[in-house]
Write a protein that binds this ligand. Structure first.
Ligand code: ZN
Length: 183
């Protein structure tokens, strides 16, 4: 082979990985910890569901430290939404992880999720990163009242507050009406 042929071969070998979709499993290593701003929520032995585009792709449980490890997520492209469920926790969105192009993500997530604000001071949804459909959650009204409102086609957002439908206060403080998630 001539030198230039080696050069072409070399260039092809270098460029090849960009065109091949990685076949190795996607891994998420997650450390769930208490948010110092709200220490009332426990983080161990929580049921964890990882969703992609609204569909569950993995379910598992955090260990006694609040850590969980997941692999073999078949769909490579994120973002992946991490939901936790537990007694006194309800179902919380604690993070939305972009995993594009990475085989492994090692991350720290807080319960409740760390609050982020836009320049106007509105709290941002961890999923859509917008604040225009985010409402504080109000606990108090009974589930049947809220279900009746839903059936009647009435909004469950009253006076700018999302009606949780339970008087038992959970960890979630906010609701995004765009994504139908609590955080
Ligand atoms: Zn949202």
């Amino acid at each position: 082979m001539h030198n230039y042929q080696y050069s072409i071969l070399f260039a092809i070998l270098i460029a090849l990985p960009a065109f091949i979709r990685p076949s190795y499993p996607t891994r998420i290593i997650c450390h769930i910890r208490k948010n110092p701003a709200d220490l009332s929520v426990y983080v161990n032995y929580l049921d964890v569901t990882i969703k992609r585009r609204g569909h569950a792709v993995w379910t598992g449980r955090s260990d006694d430290m609040g850590d969980f490890y997941c692999d073999k997520i078949e769909n490579y492209k994120g973002p992946f939404d991490i939901f936790c469920t537990g007694v006194g926790v309800g179902t919380l969105l604690i993070g939305s992880l972009p995993l594009n192009g990475r085989s492994c993500l090692d991350t720290l997530l807080l319960i409740p999720a760390e609050k982020r604000f836009d320049h106007t001071g509105r709290i941002l949804c961890p999923k859509c990163h917008k604040g225009d459909k985010v409402y504080p959650i109000e606990y108090g009204e009974s589930l049947t009242d809220v279900e009746d409102s839903k059936r009647a086609g009435e909004s469950v957002i009253v006076n700018g507050k999302f009606q949780a439908g339970t008087c038992v206060a959970m960890a979630a403080k906010y609701y995004c009406d765009r994504d139908n998630v609590q955080f």
